[in-house]
Design a protein. Structure first.
Length: 503
C-alpha cells in the first residue's frame, strides 16, 4: 500500500521538475558545498544548489536517499526545511520534491519525523500548507509518507509552533498547529474542487495524511474536536463517482478510511455520528469490494442497528470474520487490501460491535441474528485470540503464538463471545447428552476465567469473560453443536501450533 503511493509520489516528482542535463552529474561528495550555497546564497544560486540536492535523490538515484539522511555525514534536512520558507517559488518547490523523495525509505522516516531536525521539517511543511502555496499538496504527501511510521503520528499531530520564548500551546488552541492548518484546508476548500487542481490535490493528500494520523486514540480525540469529521463525511456525501469507481488514494477512498479510523474511538465517533456518518456511509455497504468492506466495518464501529446491514447482515458477518482471520494469518486479500492495512483490534471491535447489534436485534430469547455471526470458524477464532493472549501472558517460554494479539483484541473477542452465547449454546434438536460438549464447556470456561484473572484485563473484558464462562459451564449437560465444533477447531489450531492443551 505504502509502495504504490510512493511510486505515485516519485512519478509526480519526476513530472513536476524539468531536468535539463547538468554539466556534470552531482556526487554525494558535493553535498557540503551545495548545503553552504543553499543557506548562504539567495535566489537563483540557492535554488540551483537545491536542485542538485534534489537530483542526488531523484528516481534515478534511489540508492543515495538513505545515506543522505542516515549516514550522519551531513545535515541535509535543516537547510531543505529552511528553503521551504523562501519566498522564491523555485527553491521552495525543489526543496519539497527533495524532502518527498527522502521521506520514502523507512529508515529515513524515523530521522525526519523524530530526529533533531524533525521540528524544522514538520514546521516547514506545515507552514507551506498554512500559507496555501501551490506546493501545499506536495507537503501533505511528504507528511503522509512520514506518517506511515506509526511511532511518529503523535509527534506529527502535536506540532504546535509558538514564538521563541513563549509558553507551549495545545494544538486545539493554536491556529498555526498542523491540526488547525489541516482543518482550515478542508473547511475552506470548495465543496467540489476542480479535480486535479492544486486545491483538490491539497485536500486529497491532506485526507490521506489524516487517515494515517487518525490511527491512535489520542490523535482521534483531537480530530473529534474539530470540523474535520464533518468535512470527510461531506466528501463522501458530495461525490458523484460511484464507490465501485473510487481508485486507491482518491479523495473518497481516503475519506472513508478516515471515517473507519475515527469510528473506533469515543470522542471522534461522537463527532462522526453528529455529522450523519451512518446515513452517508450506509449505501456503500452493498459494494462487494474494499469500499464495501470499509463501509461495513465503519457502520459496525459507529453502532449501526442490525437492520441497517444489507441482506440480513450475511455479507457483513462474513467479511468481518474473514478480515479477522486474514489478519491473524498475516495475509491480505487479493485485489482488496494488503496485510497490515487493517489492525486486529479494528477488525475484532467491528465483529464485537456487530455481535452487539445482532444481540440487540434479537427479541427476547431468540438467536436468529446472533446465529448469522456465530459460525464455528468465527467463534473458534475469538477463542484463539483470547487464548493466545493468555498463553503469552502466562507462559513466555514455549509453545507461544506466532501472532500475539493485543489486549484490546482479546477484550473485543471476549465481549463478542458473550453477545453470541444464545447461538453458541443452542442445544441440539432433539436434545441429547454429549461428552464432547462437556469437555468443550469445561476447557473453554477454564480458559475464559484464566483470561479474566490476568492483570492486564480491563473490567469490561473481565465481566464479559466471567459471564461467558459461567453460562458455558452451566450448559454442560446437553449437546451444543456450535460450541463443540468451535472447540474442536480451536483445539486443532493449538495442536498445529504445538501449544500446550492444558491451559
Amino acid at each position: 500500500f505504502n509502495l504504490s503511493l510512493i511510486e505515485n509520489v516519485e512519478n509526480m516528482s519526476d513530472k513536476v521538475a524539468d531536468k535539463p542535463a547538468p554539466a556534470k552529474p552531482p556526487q554525494l561528495d558535493d553535498i557540503p558545498e551545495l548545503l553552504t550555497t543553499m543557506v548562504e546564497e539567495t535566489g537563483e544560486k540557492s535554488a540551483a544548489a537545491t536542485k542538485r540536492i534534489y537530483e542526488l535523490c531523484d528516481v534515478g538515484h534511489k540508492q543515495n536517499r538513505v545515506p543522505m539522511v542516515c549516514s550522519g555525514k551531513w545535515d541535509v534536512l535543516t537547510p531543505l526545511a529552511k528553503c521551504l520558507t523562501q519566498e522564491s517559488g523555485d527553491g521552495r518547490h525543489l526543496a519539497c520534491l527533495a524532502l518527498n523523495n527522502l521521506s520514502i525509505p523507512t529508515e529515513n522516516k524515523r530521522v525526519m519525523a523524530l530526529g533533531p531536525a524533525s521540528k524544522d521539517v514538520i514546521g516547514g511543511l506545515c507552514k507551506v500548507i498554512a500559507e496555501d502555496k501551490q506546493e501545499s499538496y506536495l507537503c501533505c504527501i511528504c507528511l503522509m509518507n512520514l506518517s506511515f511510521l506509526e511511532a511518529s503520528i503523535t509527534t506529527i499531530l502535536q506540532h504546535s509552533p509558538v514564538e521563541e520564548g513563549e509558553a507551549p500551546v495545545d494544538p486545539l488552541g493554536n491556529t498555526n498547529s498542523l491540526l488547525r492548518v489541516l482543518e482550515k484546508l478542508l473547511t475552506n476548500s470548495p465543496s467540489v474542487p476542480k479535480s486535479g487542481s492544486g486545491k483538490s490535490e491539497g485536500v486529497r493528500w491532506a485526507c490521506g495524511l489524516i487517515k494515517n494520523l487518525a490511527k491512535s486514540e489520542e490523535n482521534a480525540a483531537l480530530f473529534g474536536k474539530t470540523d474535520i469529521p464533518k468535512c470527510v463525511i461531506e466528501n463522501i456525501r458530495s461525490t458523484t463517482a460511484p464507490p465501485s469507481r473510487w481508485t486507491s488514494n482518491s479523495l473518497e477512498d481516503f475519506s472513508l478510511f478516515v471515517v473507519l479510523n475515527l469510528a473506533q474511538w469515543p470522542i471522534s465517533k461522537e463527532a462522526l455520528l453528529e455529522a450523519g456518518a451512518i446515513d452517508a456511509v450506509k449505501p456503500i455497504m452493498s459494494e462487494g469490494d474494499l469500499q464495501g468492506l470499509k463501509a461495513t466495518v465503519s457502520c459496525a464501529l459507529l453502532g449501526a442497528e442490525w437492520s441497517a446491514f444489507p441482506d440480513g447482515a450475511q455479507p457483513a458477518s462474513k467479511s468481518t470474520a474473514e478480515l479477522m482471520t486474514n489478519i491473524v494469518e498475516k495475509k491480505g486479500k487479493d485485489g482488496q487490501y494488503a496485510y497490515g492495512v487493517f489492525k486486529l483490534y479494528t477488525a475484532t471491535k467491528a465483529f464485537c460491535d456487530l455481535s452487539k447489534a445482532a444481540a440487540a436485534g434479537d427479541s427476547g430469547d431468540g438467536e436468529s441474528n446472533t446465529k448469522t455471526l456465530a459460525v464455528p470458524s468465527a467463534v473458534a477464532l475469538c477463542f484463539q485470540v483470547i487464548s493466545d493472549l493468555v498463553l503469552a501472558a502466562v507462559d513466555d517460554d514455549e509453545g507461544g503464538s506466532k501472532y500475539v494479539p493485543d489486549v484490546m483484541s482479546a477484550q473485543h473477542c471476549a465481549c463478542a463471545v458473550e453477545y453470541l452465547l444464545p447461538a453458541i449454546l443452542q442445544a441440539s434438536d432433539p436434545p441429547r447428552k454429549s461428552v464432547q460438549s462437556e469437555k468443550a464447556a469445561s476447557e473453554l470456561s477454564q480458559m475464559l476465567n484464566t483470561y479474566a484473572d490476568l492483570s492486564g484485563t480491563a473490567e469490561v473484558g473481565k465481566t464479559a469473560a466471567k459471564n461467558a464462562a459461567d453460562k458455558i459451564k452451566a450448559s454442560a449437560g446437553t449437546a451444543r453443536p456450535v460450541l463443540e465444533i468451535s472447540h474442536d477447531l480451536w483445539t486443532q489450531y493449538r495442536k498445529r501450533e504445538g501449544q500446550p492443551l492444558d491451559q
